[in-house]
Design a protein. Structure first.
Length: 87
């Protein structure tokens, strides 16, 4: 299972991966761990990029954030509160 936004104005007007992860937990009954894996490693593998990206491992490319959370299960909720911008 891979998660993505599939952004388009007609049927999926969001760029927010945190929102997609939250919806996956709420509507698809995925656990936060399943949603996080589906949004990162599984998505990279679906694009044929799993050897280069998708997880934090030595030698892989990564963009990441540091979030103040007590537990990874908070990520689908707190990440939606972060103001996202290209840096």
């Amino acid at each position: 299972m891979a998660l993505a936004t599939d952004f388009n104005p007609g049927t999926s007007p969001t760029w927010s991966m945190p929102m997609i992860m939250s919806l996956a937990c709420d509507q698809m009954k995925m656990t936060p761990a399943e949603a996080l894996t589906a949004a990162t490693l599984n998505s990279a593998c679906a694009l044929g990029l799993g050897e280069k990206t998708g997880s934090l491992e030595a030698g892989k490319q990564a963009d990441f954030i540091i979030a103040e959370a007590n537990d990874y299960r908070e990520l689908p909720i707190i990440l939606d509160r972060i103001s996202w911008s290209a840096r």
